[in-house]
Design a protein around this ligand. Structure first.
Ligand code: C2E
Ligand code: CA
Ligand code: CA
Length: 550
């Protein structure tokens, strides 16, 4: 265990004060002893002689001094003994308080407060031997889940066991601290050139934590992400605070890159993290400033060659970054909890646009798995359609297979209720996930969309061809129509025509376009309404609907 030097020097002062008091008491006792021997040599023979009846009267003064001395010795000795006991107790209490202040009560390792001083001391020690220190940050990947699923007692058991497993693997001189709910930090001295030893340690730590923890009949599986940095990063010597910051960034990097792994800190990670946090701020600001807009991608019926509808694809008109792809902002919007707000806003705009299109044309929108977790999702969607006075039969949502792994019961009832309202539901990105055939049959989808990753290279890639062929047969068997996305050229189209009839999307028909360009194209095709359907927002229309909605 580490300790604090200021507290030590205070303790030393107190100890030396009581030590000098001990000395004083001991001195008094010794002086009394000397006196006793001095006076005793005269008094004792006198007293014996008197008792034997052959001596003179004993000297009264001397006798009194003699007795006083005996008393002094007895009391002094007791006092001395008491004092020594007192000091020992005080020392124990202080040690106890120090240990309490420095350790985490649950796991018994160091706590967050003491990791700083412990690191500074270890660095000083190590550098006196020509060594450096690795600062290792460890974070459990699924602790919240364990807590939520199995209760806090299991969570505590997991933390305890994790601390035990880490401690067991630490080389001598290494120290472990728990610095947050499910965050640990290790400091380990090592020889500067032998950083592979730290890599091996990190790998062993990951392996050890991955061993399932069995509590009664329960088997808990956990993993950790690890970030590592060294006290001499970039040749400079860093404070404990700076090391913690760097290791934290590396740990975050490990989380982002699949968890259950370790990364050494690199300066580029910091800029990546800064970019990510700027994106977060930008997305929030963009939402407030109305910077997100719908783009539209054409959907073609290959049997007739007709334009049958559009898929809405989100774009972010960022003032600093330009037009940003949803690939960059959808996941972040999900993680920072604004995806529903963003999606609803886009759907409202898209409905407004689609109202001006020929009523034969449909509108498809992508729905995040996060939105499907909301029990009110179906109601919210219907409200948008009612407000926009848009017929549900022209509306389609696309959900990905990952939705199916979440609460399948909830998803099923949601899809059923949407379908009862006339909305169609397609299974997006089919083939990239793990949806089983039985799931596909048990869920009332209206359509399958084959992911573009199997389509763009169709003529040259045999595997892709097999997959597309199989999905086409599957669709036929289940009576599900299929949309093929990512059709970039005529060669793909020719290949597709050998497998069946599909709806198709892709760059062959043009890139996704914003609202005004889409409208201009539709006008050329004579597919734009002269008098668009009025919406609920238009003053003279639908006041009854609004009243009904409350
Ligand atoms: P997705 O649903 O698979 O959408 C198709 C993506 O493929 C679009 O990318 C589109 O621009 C692109 N694409 C279309 N034709 C071709 C082609 O011929 N070749 C190639 N290589 N690519 C083609 P985009 O617009 O960047 O969207 C990416 C993903 O972002 C979408 O994949 C969708 O999953 C998600 N997304 C877009 N808008 C939204 C939204 O409003 N909400 C949610 N939750 N997700 C959205
Ligand atoms: Ca889609
Ligand atoms: Ca796709």
């Amino acid at each position: 265990m580490g300790h604090d030097t200021t507290r030590d020097s205070q303790g030393d002062a107190a100890a030396s004060r009581s030590a000098s008091r001990d000395l004083l008491t001991l001195g008094t006792v010794m002086a009394a002893l000397v006196l006793l021997i001095g006076t005793g040599s005269t008094v004792v023979p006198n007293a014996i002689a008197t008792l034997a009846g052959r001596g003179t009267e004993p000297d009264n003064l001397l006798a009194t001094t003699f007795l006083l001395n005996i008393a002094l010795i007895v009391f002094g000795w007791r006092r001395y003994r008491d004092l020594v006991g007192e000091v020992r107790e005080r020392r124990n209490a202080e040690e106890q308080a120090r240990i309490l202040a420095e350790t985490d009560p649950l796991t018994g390792c160091l706590n967050r407060r003491s990791i700083g001083p412990a690191t500074d001391r270890l660095i000083a020690d190590a550098s006196s031997r020509g060594e450096v220190v690795a600062f290792i940050m460890l974070d459990l990947d699924n602790f919240k889940q364990v807590n939520d699923l199995h209760g806090h007692a299991s969570g505590d058991a997991l933390l305890n066991e994790t601390a035990r497993r880490i401690s067991r693997l630490l080389p001598s001189g290494g120290q472990l601290a728990r610095i947050g709910g499910d965050e640990f930090a290790c400091i380990v001295p090592f020889i500067s050139s032998q950083y592979e030893a730290i890599d091996r340690l990190a790998e062993k730590l990951i392996e050890a934590v991955a061993e399932p923890l069995v509590i009664d009949t329960l088997s808990i599986e956990a993993s950790i992400s690890i970030g590592v940095t060294r006290s001499d990063t970039d040749g400079a010597r860093h404070s404990a605070q700076a090391l913690l910051h760097m290791a934290d960034i590396a740990m975050y990097h490990a989380k982002k890159h699949g968890r259950n792994r370790h990364y050494w800190f690199e300066a580029s990670m910091e800029s990546e993290l800064r970019f990510r946090s700027e994106l977060e701020t930008g997305i929030r600001r963009g939402l407030a400033n109305d910077e997100f807009v719908p783009y539209y991608e054409k959907q073609i019926d290959l049997a007739t060659g007709d334009l049958v509808g559009f898929e809405m694809l989100a774009r972010w008109n960022s003032p600093s970054l330009g037009v940003v792809s949803p690939e960059l902002f959808i996941t972040i919007a999900e993680e920072i909890g604004v995806i529903a707000q963003l999606s609803e806003m886009l759907i409202r705009k898209a409905i407004g646009d689609a109202r001006t299109w020929n009523p034969q044309l449909t509108l498809s929108v992508n729905i995040s798995p996060v939105q499907l977790r909301d029990p009110w999702f179906a109601q919210k969607l219907l409200k948008l359609l009612v407000e926009g006075n848009f017929p549900p039969s022209r509306f389609e949502i696309e959900v990905t297979e990952s939705c199916l792994h979440e609460n399948i019961g909830l998803v099923r009832s949601m899809i059923t209720s949407l379908k009862n309202q006339g909305i169609r539901v397609s299974l997006d990105d089919f083939g990239t996930g793990y949806s089983s055939l039985s799931q596909l049959r048990s869920l009332p989808f209206d359509r399958i969309k084959i992911d573009r990753s199997f389509v763009t290279n169709l003529p040259e890639n045999k595997e892709s061809a097999t997959i597309v062929k199989t999905i086409a047969a599957l669709g036929k068997g289940l009576g599900l129509p299929i949309t093929v996305e990512g059709v970039e050229n005529e060669a793909v189209l020719r290949e597709l025509s050998r497998y069946g009839t599909f709806k198709a999307q892709g760059y062959l028909y043009g890139f996704p376009e914003p609202s005004d360009r889409t409208a201009a194209e539709l006008a050329q095709l004579n597919l734009l309404l002269e008098a668009p359907i009025p919406s609920d927002d238009d003053a003279d229309y639908g006041s009854n609907d609004r009243a009904a909605l409350g």
